[in-house]
Every structure is written in C-alpha cells, then in structure tokens.
Write a protein that binds this ligand. Structure first.
Ligand SMILES: Cc1cc2nc3c(=O)[nH]c(=O)nc-3n(C[C@H](O)[C@H](O)[C@H](O)COP(=O)(O)OP(=O)(O)OC[C@H]3O[C@@H](n4cnc5c(N)ncnc54)[C@H](O)[C@@H]3O)c2cc1C
Ligand code: FES
Ligand code: FES
Length: 493
C-alpha cells in the first residue's frame, strides 16, 4: 500500500489509508490542495478540473483536463496530475492565470481554478494552430474561422464543461483567445516531450472494499470470471456520479481504461475498429473527421472534460436508452466485440440491447472494441434534441445513414433512435419505407409519418411522449432539407 502514490504538481503523495471509493477531488482537498473546488460532484460544472498526464500519439505526453470529482483516486496510482496550485503562484502567475486576471475573467473565483486547468490543457495542446494556419489535423480550414476558435487556435469547446455563475463568459473567452504559445523553458511544456506514466497494476483493499487495476487483459478477464460482481470502470464519468450522488459503494472495482487492447484505433479496408476504453476526445482526434456521423456527434456529447475520460465502452456498458453513441453506432451498422476467458465474440449492436438497461453481455464479459463496417454510407446525420446545445442529456437522438444512387433512389437506409423506447433501436419500418424509393419530398413525407410512430416514447421531466414523436417526425424532413441530393437530383427524378 505504501507504494501506491500519485505525483501531484511534481511531488509524490502516498494514498495509504484513503477509502477505496474516494475521488481524486476528495483526496486532493483532504490533503490541503483546495484549489480544485466541488461545485456539483457530478461532472457538470468543471470547478474541480485538473490536468492529467496522458499518452500522446507521438510517444510524448498530453496535459488532459479531467473532472477530479469523477476519477477514483486509486485509478491515478503511478500517474501525474497538475492542479491549479501547480500552474503558477501569486508572485509568478501562469500565462492562463495572468490572462484571466487581465481580462477580468474572475470574480468570486470559485470556478477559476477549473477554468485555468481547462485553459492550460488547450494552451499546451500541441496541435493547436492559429487561424491563418491550415495545418490543423482535426478541423477543416473553415472551423478555425468560426467564433468558437480564437485567432490563436484556441478551441472554445475546451471550456464547454466549465460553468461560471458571476463573470459572464466573454472576459473568459477574451483571456483564452489572447494566449500565446508556451515558452521553450516552461516546465509543463518540457514535460510533453517525455512519455506519459505507464499503467501501474494496483490492488488496494481498505475496509473491505477493493480497487484493482489488473496488469493485463488476460488477468482482467480471469478476475471478472472469478468475481462476477466486480464492477468495471473505464472513464468513470457514469460510475463517478453513482458514487458521489447515489452513494454507490462497490465491494470490488476493476479499472480497465489503461488496457492497451481496449485503446486501439485501426482503420482497415473493410472496417474501423475502436478500442472500447479509448477516450472519446482521443477517438475524435484520431479519426479526424474520417467518420462524418461521429464527427457530428462528438461536439454534442457532454463536454470536452467528460469526453476526455468517457468512452464508447462505458456508454454501451450502461445499457442506457438515452446514451448518445448508440443511435449513431446503430446507423453505422456497428458490431460490438465482447471478450471473456473463452475468447471473443461479435454481436450486432442492433441485437446487443435486450430490455431497459439490459444487454446480451454476460457478467464475465467486457466490451473490448466496436467495429464500424466500411464503406460508410454516403448521407449521414446526427440530430440530438436536448434543452441546451452543449452538455445536456438527449430528449431524443436520431442518426441517419443512407445510400442514394445516381438515379436518386435510396438503396440502403439505417436509422438509429435513442430516447423513444426502453432501449436504443433501429427504425426498421421507416428504413423499409425508404429503401427502393426515390429520394424526394413525397417519399420523405410518407416515411416521416412512419418514423413518428416508431418506438414507444414516454413522458418524463425532459420531454413529453408527444414531443418526442413530433421530433422523430421532423428529423427526416430536416435531413432532407439539408441533403445535396434534394437540390441536385430531385429535379431529375
Ligand atoms: C456531466 C455529464 C454529461 C454527460 N453527457 C452525456 C451525453 O451528452 N451523452 C451521453 O450519452 N452520455 C453522457 N454522459 C454519460 C457518460 O459520460 C457516458 O455514458 C460515457 O460514455 C461513459 O463512459 P465511461 O468510460 O466514463 O464509463 P464508466 O463510468 O467507466 O462506466 C459506465 C458503465 O459501463 C460499464 N463499462 C465501462 N466500460 C466497459 C467495457 N469496456 N465493457 C463493459 N462494461 C463497461 C461500467 O461497468 C459501468 O457500469 C454524461 C455524464 C456526465 C457526468
Ligand atoms: S465538481 Fe462540478 S464537475 Fe466536478
Ligand atoms: S467567478 Fe464566480 S463562479 Fe466564476
């Protein structure tokens, strides 16, 4: 137990005696590092943000901002974090702190350490490029001309998980957009050139509760075979909320987010395989728009802070009917790779969900990866209907993937729905109504009427059943209005 330690602001701090369910935030504050604040304890406000040293694709390190309130502290064994206290001091402010102060971006200051950490993550992002530089590997040229990117390439979405009650966001944005590049002798910049800490196998038992990070996938599969009540944890963006808000205390937590086999991303000739525990931000960066449907989904999924930890495996692992990835993955025809001591099996995502929060995954299986078949459909779209544009749960989510041939005939259709039944589902009747028909307003209107009746929507605090049906009905019309086919091909139909 004495070896279990986290490097915080360059200093190694032991975890001896810390409860197994403790979050990084609780531990930091208990040890006197009270810069990180607790605003909500459920990933919504970003007051707790800290920087985590994570592996970069080039073999170096990235400073990745994450919600300290959601990460189990034992998941940080052997890792390095930087809190607001580690950025700068009162006498020697860090550039992000200096700019926040100069722009008047802080009043009560409660949110400021979290903003400073999220901003620092973007400040040190190695592929941040200025607006007039078209070398950005993630976004097309136009993306940098929009009001959500600064002239210095600062991506405002980096702050989408940080809330401020008193300042107003413009001074904070001004501070972000006035940041320069890190100096060559900046120690946090220099740290990026060296590899990130490796995963450290961990087994900590405190007062009957145990946290284990197995060394290998084989060990993990054996463990969940022997201990069917073990709770798998990846990014902990769902599990952390359960722990903090619902008081969940699992007797055995098994951390899987650093297993190499769950962090792959391979683009082959006939499919793209994505490791179930690769954080969504990392998937977004590595795909770089290669799957347009996912490129539409990512910015609408929670906040950057959540996407820096949240995973496909976790989103499918909850079995939730309102998760945002299932509708998109259903439209993409995704298959789920389940692994156990017996080996791997592949399941169509459309057959994965069985009833409310139930799936075909056995207790001794984990999701190792997802597989998206290639080629991708030609026309795709993701519509998330929620009360807020960012960082909100869907009332309804609809994803479309259609192929339309040169004769303007729909040759294939897959439509994924979320929020309208006990499970995510395919809109099979609507798909049938589209396939073989010309892609014109008459087809779309009659298919929309069918789509409106798909699923069994219910009324709750997010939306009424009628509203959900109406949103389904209008989604296909919206897609039609935005497809090039409606302009270029209907005239010839
Ligand atoms: C503020 C906030 C906003 C959010 N916004 C959204 C949103 O917009 N859209 C949305 O869909 N979700 C949202 N979520 C929910 C959450 O972020 C996602 O469900 C995320 O994908 C979970 O991934 P994770 O790795 O953090 O899961 P974890 O919390 O680690 O795990 C979640 C569940 O999945 C299981 N699990 C994890 N990995 C695997 C695996 N490989 N195999 C089998 N089981 C596994 C775990 O046992 C656990 O039961 C939000 C959460 C928060 C806190
Ligand atoms: S305390 Fe609000 S996001 Fe962590
Ligand atoms: S300055 Fe008060 S909450 Fe942001």
């Amino acid at each position: 137990m004495n070896d279990i330690a986290v490097t915080v602001n360059g200093e190694r701090r032991g975890l001896a005696g810390v409860p197994a369910h403790a979050t990084a935030l609780d531990w930091l504050r208990d040890t006197g590092l009270s810069g990180s604040k607790e605003g909500c304890a459920e990933g919504e406000c970003g007051a707790c943000a800290m920087l985590l040293a994570t592996p970069a694709v080039d073999g170096g390190t990235s400073w990745t901002p994450v919600n300290a309130c959601l990460v189990p502290v034992y998941a940080l064994n052997g890792q390095e974090v930087v809190t607001a206290e580690g950025l700068g001091t009162i006498d020697d402010l860090h550039p992000v702190q200096e700019k926040l102060a100069e722009a008047g971006g802080s009043q009560c200051g409660y949110c400021t350490p979290g903003f400073a950490c999220s901003m620092a993550g973007e400040y040190y992002r190695e592929d941040r490029v200025a607006a007039d530089d078209d070398a950005c590997p993630v976004h097309d040229d136009d993306a940098h001309d929009d009001p959500e990117h600064g002239p210095n390439g600062f991506d405002l979405h980096a702050l989408s998980g940080n809330l401020c009650r008193c300042t107003g966001y413009r001074p904070i944005r001004d501070a972000a957009y006035s940041l320069g590049a890190p100096e060559a002798d900046d120690p946090l910049r220099q740290r990026l050139d060296k590899p990130a800490p490796v995963a450290v196998a961990t087994d900590a038992e405190i007062d009957g509760a145990r946290f284990i990070r197995p060394a290998t996938l084989t060990d993990t599969l054996q463990l969940i075979h022997d201990e069917p009540d073990a709770v798998l944890v990846a990014g902990s963006t769902d599990f952390g909320v359960e722990v903090n808000i619902r008081g969940r205390r699992a007797p055995l937590v098994v951390a899987i987010e650093q297993l190499e086999e769950l962090r792959t991303l391979e683009i082959g000739d006939d499919m793209i395989e994505i490791g179930a525990a690769l954080p969504l931000s990392e998937v977004e960066r590595r795909l770089a728009g290669r799957v347009p449907l996912l490129a539409q989904l990512f910015p609408q999924f929670a906040s950057r802070l959540i996407r820096n930890r949240g995973t496909f495996g976790g989103n499918l692992g909850t079995g939730s009917p309102i998760g945002d990835t299932p509708p998109a993955l259903l439209a993409l025809g995704t298959r789920v790779v389940l692994a156990s001591v017996l080996g791997e099996r592949e399941v169509e995502l459309s057959e994965y969900f069985t009833s409310y929060r139930q799936t075909v995954r056995a207790a001794d299986e984990l999701i190792r990866a997802i597989r998206i078949p290639l080629p991708l459909a030609e026309v795709t779209a993701f519509h998330k209907i929620a009360k807020r544009r960012f960082d909100d749960i869907s009332s309804v989510a609809v994803a479309f993937a259609l192929d339309i041939d040169d004769e303007n005939i729909v040759t294939a259709a897959r439509i994924g729905l979320g929020g309208v039944a006990a499970t995510p589902l395919r809109a099979r009747a609507t798909e049938e109504a589209l396939i073989g028909k010309p892609w014109n307003i008459a087809t779309v209107q009659s298919a929309s009427a069918i789509l409106k009746g798909e699923g069994t929507p219910m009324s709750d605090h997010r939306a009424s059943a009628d509203y959900r049906s109406l949103m389904l009905g209008s989604a296909l019309l919206k897609l039609y209005s935005t497809t090039k086919h409606s302009d270029s091909k209907e005239a010839t139909a």
